[in-house]
Design a binder for this molecule. Sequence first.
Ligand SMILES: Nc1ncnc2c1ncn2[C@@H]1O[C@H](COP(=O)(O)OP(=O)(O)O)[C@@H](O)[C@H]1O
Ligand SMILES: [Mg+2]
Length: 283
Amino acid sequence: MSDGFSLGIFYTIVRPEEKALFAAAEARGIPVERIDDGETTFGLDRPAHLPSVVLNRSVSHTRSLYATRCFAHYGVPTVNAPEVVEVAGDKILSSLRLAERGVPTPRTVIALSPEAAMRAIEQIGYPAVLKPAVGSWGRLMAKVDDAEEAEQILEHKAALTSPLHSVIYVQEYVRKPDRDLRVFVVGDEVVAAMYRRSADWRTNAARGASTEPAPVTDELRELSLRAAAAMGGGILAVDLMEAPDGLTVHEVNPTPEFKALAGATGADVAGKVIEYTVAVGRR
Ligand SMILES: Nc1ncnc2c1ncn2[C@@H]1O[C@H](COP(=O)(O)OP(=O)(O)O)[C@@H](O)[C@H]1O
Ligand SMILES: [Mg+2]
């Protein structure tokens, strides 16, 4: 391309996803600028040279938040937009947003102090699920079956000094089958969907769940698109569970991995992501 268009990819490490994204851009003749999230600095004045659009692939929520804000400050659009990163990257803000938009989501109670935490758990009842407000790969989540277990987990959390653990996010434990659903949304399109099956109640692909393509029913498509739109739209991976009373959305990921999904479904996820990002850059 000779019109000076270039696509920045803001990343932490080059995973198979980033390799696929670089390859998809190259195959389309789109110049890519790799921007390492651990090396870049951001001043208040607009730098002389900037890409036309930035695809955020940082694995850090904090880095994603500030970087997308800085690029917006320079007038460079990002995928996803800063407001989307902010809400979807935080489970508390996401739950509020899903509830506001009438998207079915598990019952959730938030406590802002260790004192209130036990009350939040008792309000949800047992079993309850505790999650860090910011995090992924099912890390540091706990399924709590009774008050004794709850007190032990809260004691451990209180001993951790990170602010991440002083906020308690409690959710009802949803009696799903041995699987959940992952739906990849790009703009107004559902690109692919898969089941993630595991003996562990946490069915993350990163924890070794087995994956298989899932049929995209009208209900699944409609709900996933509504969940993505609730976050502000863009490239979003919607996590859903088959609750006894129907589908429920428990998470919407703003910077999703997709190796397992592309492998299970054969969908050209990287190609769709690049094409969408280029379209945003040319708007
Ligand atoms: N409320 C819940 N009830 C039952 N299982 C849950 C619940 N919330 C999450 N899970 C399981 O744990 C996994 C990880 O939870 P999730 O909220 O998606 O966090 P992460 O950001 O770590 O992926 C889900 O894919 C699902 O299998
Ligand atoms: Mg998840």
